[in-house]
Design a protein around this ligand. Structure first.
Ligand code: CA
Length: 506
């Protein structure tokens, strides 16, 4: 239900969300005047709610009223008690499987990418130079600037050079069980589809993350790995990096885009700086695009454990079989324990900006976040930084933190990320392009030259979810095909490779 001023999502909701800032006294429905000034995206009580009563949005209990709430009152984050987190035991699975033919049909069947020997195709043709340890990062950053200046212009078919520097590699408990996560991330990023199978790994020489932990024996060759401690001084070291890079660039320069089926495309989705509109406009529109991609044979990852935890039963219902459901439950349980060990729970997730944007707690945030997954069945569940083995919609368990989720999905091999935001973030990745979709027109007006697509017209009624979803779908294929460059790439607003390391640092 939608009026000129408010949006209510499900019939049994007892709150609605303000489309604009509403002055006190505004009559939002016949006979319903708001008692307080209501900030945009914040909740209004549609009826009286007694203390202890349920506050329902998306048809889901967001929490329980701490005190009596009267009809027309503003409900902010201080007025709810958080419900218990849903159990992950014996979740019913396969009870909400949407058939492929019932998903929205893709409006295009092909795109143009760089085919790889195995796995998904590349969306960019990049020389990726990966460090095995942070100590090599400074050298590599300087070397990459030199490569860009002196070598790259000679190889016009190569889109760029990326220094994959990260905080892992030494001073860590390398044999700790959890260390498998950062090690897997580095192992898999070396083989990122945008690097075209060209391996260039730079180590220091005395670090714990030795080459054999990230490369098979046959790939540890002088052509692929370079150890800084082997070189006598600055000039010899830089020359060695330049020489190795040039050989790789020569080969990469021979790559060309070709027309490919959607099954060669692997993308990721995440949201950040969300607001209460994210779950009504941007995320469901992205979900619509995801459904189109999945129907067309593409693979789509969604992530962010704390932001799906409260809707785990909804995801289990979409798991295609018991194995997938069990993996989902296992990843949720692992994260519960991880948070517990840190003395917090999932409600440590929402930020002050989320709350200012009307999100009262993690339950409300999760319901909006899950909307980006669309309606497709979930065919696989991955641990952080694992590569998919199936096509379709896949849940890749990662932290919700933007700067950790992004690199984790990159390690899983995404060629593009679609990023939904309410409050705005300049976030971008250097290994693959990021398309920014905002939830409100005000955000697009504010950051007119930083947000790629606005889903705000869904809230004002000027566009449907299908309209914006189709626009997102076209943008995904255009950017993946190299026909368009999202703003974050135009400006080079790229974050660091912040890989997830839950293991001890020594
Ligand atoms: Ca996020």
């Amino acid at each position: 239900m939608k009026s000129q001023y408010i949006i209510k999502i499900k019939d049994n909701d007892n709150v609605a969300v303000a489309i604009y800032d509403l002055p006190a006294g505004t009559e939002v429905l016949p006979g319903l005047r708001v008692c307080d000034e209501i900030p945009q995206a914040h909740k209004i009580a549609l009826g009286d709610i007694p203390a202890g009563g349920e506050i329902i949005r998306y048809g889901v209990v967001l929490g329980y009223a701490k005190e009596d709430i009267v009809r027309g009152q503003w409900i902010n984050e201080h007025m709810l008690d958080l419900p218990e987190s849903p159990s992950v035991e014996n979740l019913p699975y396969g009870t909400n499987i949407v058939r492929k033919e019932d998903l929205p049909a893709p409006v295009r069947d092909t795109w143009f990418g760089y085919r790889n020997k195995t796995g998904p195709a590349g969306t960019r043709n990049l020389l990726g130079i990966v460090t095995t340890v942070q100590c090599a990062a400074g050298v590599l950053k300087v070397a990459v600037e030199q490569i860009k200046k002196e070598l790259l212009p000679k190889y016009p078919n190569v889109d760029g050079v990326v220094a994959v520097t990260h905080p892992y590699g030494c001073g860590v408990a390398i044999n700790a069980p959890m260390a498998e996560i950062p090690i897997r991330a580095i192992t898999n990023v070396i083989r990122h589809p945008n690097f075209g199978g060209e391996i260039m790994v730079v180590g220091l020489g005395c670090e714990k993350l030795t080459y054999d932990r990230v490369l098979p024996k046959e790939d540890i060759t002088p052509e692929n790995v370079l150890t800084l401690q082997d070189y006598a001084g600055h000039d010899a070291m830089m020359n060695a990096v330049m020489e190795m890079a040039e050989k790789k660039l020569e080969r990469l320069n021979g790559r060309r885009r070709e027309e490919l089926p959607l099954s060669q495309l692997l993308i990721g989705m995440q949201c950040g700086g969300s607001d209460a509109f994210s779950g009504i406009t941007a995320n469901p529109s992205a979900g619509y695009a995801a459904d189109m991609l999945v129907r067309g044979g593409a693979t789509v990852l969604f992530s962010e454990v704390t932001e799906v935890r409260d809707g785990v039963q909804m995801l289990a219902a979409r798991c295609v079989d018991e194995t997938v459901r069990d993996r989902l439950a296992k990843e949720m349980k692992w994260y519960d324990d991880y948070l517990d060990a840190g003395g917090v729970d999932r409600d440590a997730n929402p930020t002050p900006g989320n709350k200012k944007g009307g999100l009262a707690n993690i339950v409300e945030k999760a319901m909006g976040s899950i909307a980006k997954s669309g309606t497709s069945p979930i065919v696989e569940v991955l641990s952080p930084a694992q590569k998919p083995t199936k096509h379709g919609l896949i849940y890749a368990a990662t932290p919700a933190s933007d700067i950790v989720c992004g690199p984790s999905q990159v390690a899983s091999g995404i060629g593009l990320q679609i990023f939904m935001t309410g409050r705005g973030t300049p976030y971008g990745l250097d290994i693959c392009p990021v398309i920014k979709v905002c939830s409100r027109n005000e955000m697009k007006d504010h950051w007119f030259d930083m947000i790629d697509i606005s889903a705000g017209a869904v809230a004002t009624g000027e566009a449907t979810i299908a309209d914006v979803g189709t626009e997102i779908f076209h943008m995904i294929l255009d950017v993946a095909s190299g026909l368009k460059e999202p703003y974050s790439d135009q400006y080079g607003f790229h974050i660091d490779m912040c890989i997830f390391n839950p293991a001890p640092i020594t």
